[in-house]
Write a protein that binds this ligand. Structure first.
Ligand SMILES: [Zn+2]
Length: 233
């Protein structure tokens, strides 16, 4: 039934049209944040169904992981980049929550993520946090936590110092540079738990490797990784 509420919603939409964060087209009635066509079209990896996927393999010998996945392939100039750019640089934090919920749907289809105890977003350095005003990975983790009904912890894993631009360095130097970047200040909250570490985009994996190893050194029982997108090297 077309109620007064629907009528008012449509009127508001007419005056302030909502656009899809992926393609920029107008959203239709019932669509939110991302249009149906984009949701259908996104380059899903299906990594959550395959323990030995490319992302998991990238961490072999670097980090003792239970399992790892990223939901989408990342390529420049695509809808995936539009979504993540909006989340990271344009204050469009609801994209993070929406993507986190989509990620949760994927994880709940998999047997690999059934015993996660705590969701931990990769922390942003305080200086960057002040500049941007928010940690984009925290919004992804929030959507994920809400949908899965698993607690999120944003206090136990912290970042020490800002890292200079990592892009032009070799992997080893990057890893060394990351070694003293993270610290754990509440071991009790994480000890003997299966932690799901959450990031937006994985490229070299240096940040996840450093933060993951710090977590493992503080009594975490099992560690897994979930990210929105993976940029193959
Ligand atoms: Zn769209």
């Amino acid at each position: 039934m077309f109620t007064l509420k629907h009528y008012i919603e449509d009127l508001i939409n007419l005056l302030f049209p909502e656009l899809c964060y992926g393609c920029g087209n107008l959203l239709y009635h019932g669509e939110k944040d991302i249009c149906t066509a984009c949701l259908y079209d996104l380059p899903y990896t299906d990594y959550h169904l395959h323990a030995n996927n490319l992302l998991a393999k990238q961490f072999w010998g670097r980090l003792p992981l239970e399992t790892a996945m990223a939901m989408l392939y990342f390529k420049k100039g695509t809808k995936v980049q539009n979504l993540l750019h909006g989340l990271k640089y344009k204050n469009q934090t609801n994209i993070g929550i929406r993507l986190g919920k989509l990620l949760a749907q994927r994880l709940s289809e998999s047997q690999l993520y059934v015993d996660i105890d705590v969701i931990v977003p990769v922390p942003l350095h305080q200086k960057k946090l002040r500049l941007r005003g928010y940690n984009q990975s925290e919004y992804i983790a929030k959507g994920l936590a809400e949908e899965l009904g698993i607690p999120m912890d944003t206090k136990s894993l912290m970042r020490n110092k800002a890292t200079e631009s990592q892009t032009k360095k070799a992997r080893y130097t990057r890893y060394e540079n990351m070694q003293d970047v993270f610290c754990v200040n509440d071991t009790e909250g994480l000890a003997n738990k299966h932690i799901l570490l959450v990031d937006d985009v994985v490229t070299t994996g240096a940040t996840l490797e450093a933060s993951g190893n710090i977590l493992m050194n503080h009594g975490v029982k099992k560690l897994s990784i979930a990210a929105i997108a993976f940029a193959e090297q």
